[in-house]
Design a protein around this ligand. Structure first.
Ligand SMILES: NC(=O)c1ccc[n+]([C@@H]2O[C@H](COP(=O)([O-])OP(=O)(O)OC[C@H]3O[C@@H](n4cnc5c(N)ncnc54)[C@H](O)[C@@H]3O)[C@@H](O)[C@H]2O)c1
Length: 271
């Protein structure tokens, strides 16, 4: 049996930051292409979510989607989104917390407190609000009956999207680096707390990935060029390459992987 054949996702997938053409959208499309038929997506903007919806339904018309736009740093939005997913699909099995922002290149002495708060409110607090709501549902539900019977039962799997910059530093990004280190630490702590519930909590740490976040202006491309050059593979990664790692962590193949921070960075952090 090949690895691809073992990637089946009979449960419900939830992805934040899934609009447009970034990592979250690639994760949502990858779930659909591996046979996941119940997918909930959220992002700030309904138009960007519609782009993802159309892409999924064009190739997988049988997929059922819940789509809700909102701000993941808003507690009441997050709670209402997960409530809506559960009302529509009955459960949450694979939750990928991907929404995030980069911010301008600023050293600490140049960083207004409002910018520090904004980055942390989305990247750290927002990821925590989402994972708390997802865990709240997962602990209440039975393990997925149709999950691979040769593996331990799984009540749910969460993958938070951190960054290589949660592990190593980069100039002029203290708020971003701190917010992503917090996501890695939160992942480990939740992994300890929910292991006995049959829930796995892991994160991925992407390197420089070719998405709107890293390509939206020439200034950003220039700012990130040294990071691309430092990585031994000397190229940007594709959103689909991160999505593959995310789906592995959600799948039964990762049944003994817990609290891990999986770098997907072309070797950046080893250099
Ligand atoms: N692209 C990279 O090089 C890279 C590297 C490491 C980590 N990451 C992380 O990967 C994740 C996805 O980034 P991406 O590269 O796909 O960028 P992206 O900008 O394409 O996607 C991020 C998405 O999050 C959404 N978002 C932002 N703030 C939000 C909020 N408050 N509420 C809801 N949605 C919100 C955006 O609208 C956007 O669609 C982010 O957490 C980012 O920090 C990206």
């Amino acid at each position: 049996m090949t690895m691809t054949q073992r990637y089946t996702f009979p449960g419900v997938a939830v992805i934040t930051g899934a609009g447009g053409t970034g990592i979250g959208a690639a994760v949502a499309k990858s779930f659909a292409s591996t046979g996941c038929e119940r997918i909930a997506i959220t992002d700030l903007n309904l138009n960007s979510l519609d782009q993802t919806r159309q892409a999924i339904l064009a190739s997988h018309p049988q997929a059922r989607l819940v789509i809700k736009a909102g701000d993941i740093s808003d507690e009441s939005f997050v709670e209402s989104f997960i409530d809506e997913v559960v009302a529509s699909f009955g459960r949450v099995d694979y939750a990928v917390n991907c929404a995030g922002i980069l911010g301008d290149a600023l050293r600490s002495t140049e960083t207004p407190t409002a910018i520090f708060d904004q980055i942390n409110n989305v990247n750290y607090r927002g990821s925590w609000l989402c994972s708390r709501a997802e865990l709240g549902q997962m602990v209440r539900q039975d393990p997925l009956a149709s999950h691979d019977p040769t593996r331990a039962p799984q009540r749910g799997a969460i993958v938070n999207v951190a960054s290589q910059l949660g592990i190593v530093g980069r100039p002029s990004a203290p708020a971003y680096c701190g917010s992503k280190a917090a996501v890695i630490a939160m992942t480990r702590s939740d992994a300890i707390d929910y292991s006995e519930d049959g829930i796995r909590v892991n994160c991925v740490c992407p390197g420089v990935i070719e998405t709107p976040m890293t390509t939206y202006s020439e200034e950003v491309r220039e700012r990130l060029r040294p990071a691309v050059e430092i990585a031994p593979m000397k190229r940007m990664g594709k959103p689909e390459e991160v999505a593959d790692a995310v789906l592995f962590l959600c799948s039964p193949l990762a049944s003994f992987v817990q609290g891990h921070a999986l770098v997907v960075d072309g070797g950046y952090v080893i250099n």
